[in-house]
Design a protein around this ligand. Structure first.
Ligand SMILES: Cc1cc2nc3c(=O)[nH]c(=O)nc-3n(C[C@H](O)[C@H](O)[C@H](O)COP(=O)(O)O)c2cc1C
Length: 415
């Protein structure tokens, strides 16, 4: 029995039941998402820091223009005035999504990972622009992430694709799902799929910093399936977090899941946005290198390698150019931590800000090495080369291994 014995049915379409999860900022690139789409699965792009991503990919100047516009505010801890231009945000989103969608060649899907926590100093307006523009640009599906997303459906209920685009939600507990479903039922717009993300995933975790160890994916998936059955709802459930072999995936498909969402194994793919050296760090990591900490200003715990450069340096907040995590009052807990630290030091220069990172800058620079808990097993999935470095597999090789593998075997890439 392998994953290829199963199919995901979503809105009248049939997919290979493998989903590559969204990884911002531009870690799950267009090319990575397209490789899943070409093979009949689903690939995500992420719209995290989309204006900055466009600057990198297409040579636009959104970030430097914004920085210039608010240059006078750079030494001010109050960032309330540092607003995103909604027209420019829409322009960037359209460019990025169109760039990806226009290259589709397969039977799979290209979905967008859209994080509510990117509040961008104007949460409702910016989220509405991001979602509606993605739909205008022809995205196949949107996965609502990083937040309870209680108001999100209302924001886009007037859009002509509201009922046709595939909409999913990431949850980490049945409680969060039940709250979301109440709102969805009121709008008569239930999610088309539910991603259940457990405590072993990469990125931010939907658990408390001290209680994530008390939870396990299998239990939450079983509870979710049970909840849906009780409510008489037939909605595909997609587990995520720690699914390392095709056989792990089959076990979830056999218990009633419709597909699985994967990320960590794809972080070392050629098509993944992380720099080559960072991929090497991921592969050579050991279990002791993996930490879950609360340095992200989002308030959610995050898993990362302890060697992450963001844990080694502090920096002046960069909100005039970036500012994607500013709340509706122009605040971010990193700004407070930075100025507290600066005050006690008395001067600028290089120093670390204890317990906090400027995540916008860290993610933009690929300096926050977030990973799933299985990262230290990546060496089982590839070959050590004569010079001591690790071979970088293609996304297709990883995807096909998940699809065809049996008995927990892992097929390493061809040398
Ligand atoms: C490097 C990395 C970055 C991630 N970034 C995001 C993100 O921006 N948004 C999100 O919803 N999930 C993010 N995730 C979570 C993945 O989409 C996925 O659900 C999860 O990591 C799957 O578990 P696995 O990594 O054990 O396969 C990230 C995961 C990794 C490894």
């Amino acid at each position: 029995m392998n994953v290829n014995n199963f199919r995901l049915h979503l809105g009248g379409k049939e997919y290979v039941p493998l989903v590559i999860g969204g990884m911002g900022v531009n870690i799950s690139t267009t090319e990575l998402a397209l490789s899943a789409e070409r093979l009949g699965g689903i690939g995500h792009i992420s719209d995290a820091e989309v204006m900055y991503v466009c600057d990198q990919l297409f040579g636009t100047t959104y970030t430097s223009e914004k920085r210039k516009k608010y240059a006078n505010n750079i030494n001010n801890a109050d960032k309330a005035s540092v607003q995103f231009d909604l027209e420019q945000l829409a322009e960037a989103q359209k460019r990025y999504v169109t760039h990806t969608i226009s290259q589709k060649t397969g039977k799979g899907g290209i979905f967008l990972n859209c994080m509510e926590k990117l509040t961008m100093n104007n949460s409702a307006a910016t989220l509405k622009v991001r979602l509606e523009t993605a739909m205008d640009a022809g995205i196949d599906g949107i996965t609502l992430a990083a937040g309870l997303n209680l108001r999100t459906l209302d924001l886009i209920s007037g859009h002509e694709r509201f009922r046709d685009v595939k909409l999913g939600i990431i949850i980490s507990s049945v409680r969060a799902l039940a709250i979301f479903m109440k709102r969805a039922m009121r709008l008569e717009r239930l999610p088309d799929y539910i991603v259940v993300e457990g405590p072993l995933a990469g990125g931010h975790l939907g658990f408390g910093p001290d209680d994530w160890q008390n939870h396990d994916l299998r239990t939450i998936v079983a509870e979710t399936i049970e909840f849906l059955k009780k409510e008489n709802l037939n909605i595909p459930v997609i587990p995520a977090g720690g699914i390392f072999t095709g056989t792990d995936a089959v076990e979830y498909l056999q218990m009633g899941a419709s597909a699985v969402q994967l990320a960590t194994r794809f972080t070392i793919a050629k098509e993944c946005g992380l720099p080559y050296e960072v991929k090497q760090q991921y592969i050579s990591s050991s279990a002791e290198d993996v930490v879950v900490n609360t340095t992200s200003p989002t308030g959610y715990p995050m898993r990362m390698l302890r060697q992450s450069p963001t844990l080694q340096y502090g920096m002046k907040p960069n909100c005039e150019g970036l500012g994607y995590l500013l709340d509706n009052d122009g605040k971010c807990s990193y700004i407070d931590a930075y100025y507290r630290c600066l005050e006690s030091r008395g001067s600028e220069g290089r120093f670390t800000v204890d317990g906090a990172t400027c995540l916008c800058t860290g993610m933009a620079r690929y300096d926050c090495w977030t990973c799933g808990s299985t990262v230290s097993r990546l060496k089982e999935t590839t070959n050590r080369l004569a010079d001591g470095s690790w071979q970088i597999p293609s996304a297709e090789e990883i995807f096909m291994d998940y699809l065809m593998s049996e008995d927990h075997t892992i097929r390493r890439p061809n040398l």
